[in-house]
Design a binder for this molecule. Structure first.
Ligand SMILES: NC(=O)c1ccc[n+]([C@@H]2O[C@H](COP(=O)([O-])OP(=O)(O)OC[C@H]3O[C@@H](n4cnc5c(N)ncnc54)[C@H](O)[C@@H]3O)[C@@H](O)[C@H]2O)c1
Ligand SMILES: C[C@@H](O)[C@H](N)C(=O)O
Length: 370
């Protein structure tokens, strides 16, 4: 029902904005119908080289892992990318390529997987995110710190290239917030942030001490249409799209003026692949900020209302999440990533909103038709 209104709004809006054409909606929808995640127009061609990396992704059933597996499989071949997690995968994931159980706290099992599958790249996505971490500090310590130690030791012992994502949450209230440079004070006040600073420092230490090929990007809040966020402070910016399309209203748990760095998932996953493929000698650092846009809930709602003029948003602030967000960067500076390995984002706020709404509307129409 609201989907129809959405499409009507989109068409109406198309008349007033040259950036938002019906053709664009339709062509985006076509792209989505042939692939569940779309990666913009610039994804790299499939690799023809026989020396593909053999990749293991830990924590692969979260918001980011399935999309990354899809991108890497397109590049390196389906069987060269193994997705792993401690949860049972849905059928479409299980049927789309190798999946294996792997608990990062079970170091012996992890080592066996690396050895038996001749793994050469390890993408370490397992983590407990900011909001969940504040509710369960013991679990966050275990997964984010003990788990990371297992990963770094195994990667070092077997000469792997290892990617560990960090986050805007690795900064804190005493960091400069607008903009936040690569190198500055990092005194986060969440267990998530503390564990990510620990990961950055441990990885860089292993790189200098043992020659580990450690690579780390500080991701902003990531926005995706067909995977759900795992319990973070930036989750509102994903949930708003789904709830808005379904019901036409949304209750936001952050203040309307909370400015945070955000990125569309395609940019995030492409950055990860490009960074992993960057020649080691181009990397002047091992930990980089990457950035695309910053917006407040108010900015996002205004952009969405261009398509959904009836959208109603109310605010019911969660004090714990608000305190976390108030200590995070407002704008992330990523000069070094652009300079050293050519990072360039493709999605700004208007592209993000168009793409998310098109994607969610199309899926919802398909579900209604079945
Ligand atoms: N999504 C974002 O906005 C964002 C932003 C910045 C950084 N990151 C980082 O990117 C990575 C992936 O994020 P995500 O959003 O997909 O996270 P998520 O919370 O959605 O998924 C994390 C996954 O880790 C798995 N996991 C938990 N304990 C595990 C264990 N003991 N062994 C193996 N797996 C375990 C969970 O089952 C889950 O599937 C994380 O390291 C996160 O900190 C994410
Ligand atoms: C920002 C990121 O690390 C995650 N989405 C969180 O909010 O916890």
């Amino acid at each position: 029902m609201f989907v129809k209104q959405l499409l009507r709004g989109a068409v109406k809006h198309a008349g007033s904005s040259p950036q938002f054409s019906v053709e664009r909606l339709i062509s985006a929808a076509r792209g989505f119908s042939s692939s569940s995640q779309h990666f913009g127009g610039t994804h790299p061609p499939p690799c023809t080289d026989t020396e593909h990396p053999k990749v293991l992704i830990t924590g692969g059933l979260g918001q980011l892992g399935v999309g990354l597996a899809k991108l890497l499989r397109r590049r390196f071949g389906k069987n060269n990318v193994i997705l792993s997690d401690i949860r049972k995968p849905p059928n479409h994931v299980y049927n789309n390529g190798p999946f294996i159980f792997s608990d990062i706290l079970d170091s012996k099992n992890l080592r066996e997987i690396v050895v038996n599958n001749n793994i050469s790249w390890l993408i370490h996505y397992s983590a407990v995110l900011s909001a969940v971490g504040e509710n369960n500090v013991a679990l966050a310590k275990e997964v984010n710190i003990t788990g990371l130690h297992n990963i770094l030791d195994i990667a070092t012992d077997h000469g792997l290239r290892v990617f560990v994502p960090s986050t805007i949450g690795a900064f804190g209230p005493s960091s400069p917030r607008d903009p936040t440079p690569e190198l500055c004070v990092q005194r986060p006040r969440t267990i998530y942030g503390v564990s990510k600073v620990h990961a950055e420092l441990m990885g860089e230490y292993y790189h200098h001490r043992y020659g580990l090929d450690f690579r780390c990007l500080r991701y902003p809040g990531i926005i995706s249409a067909n995977s759900n966020p795992g319990g973070g402070t930036t989750d509102y910016a994903v949930q708003i799209f789904h709830t808005a399309v379904k019901t036409g209203c949304f209750e936001c748990n952050l203040r309307s003026d909370t400015l945070l760095p955000m990125m569309y998932i395609d940019d995030c996953l492409r950055a990860t692949l490009e960074f992993m493929e960057a020649p080691a000698d181009s990397l002047l650092s091992r930990t980089y900020n990457i950035s695309a846009m910053s917006f407040t809930p108010h900015d996002l709602v205004q952009e969405m209302q261009k398509v959904l003029p009836e959208l109603k948003v109310t605010y019911n602030v969660d004090p714990v999440l608000q305190a976390i967000a108030d200590g995070w960067p407002m704008v992330l500076e990523d000069i070094a990533a652009r300079r050293d390995w050519g990072w360039k984002h493709e999605f700004d706020l208007s592209e993000l909103v168009q793409t998310m709404l098109t994607h969610i509307t199309t899926s919802s129409q398909r579900a209604q038709a079945n």
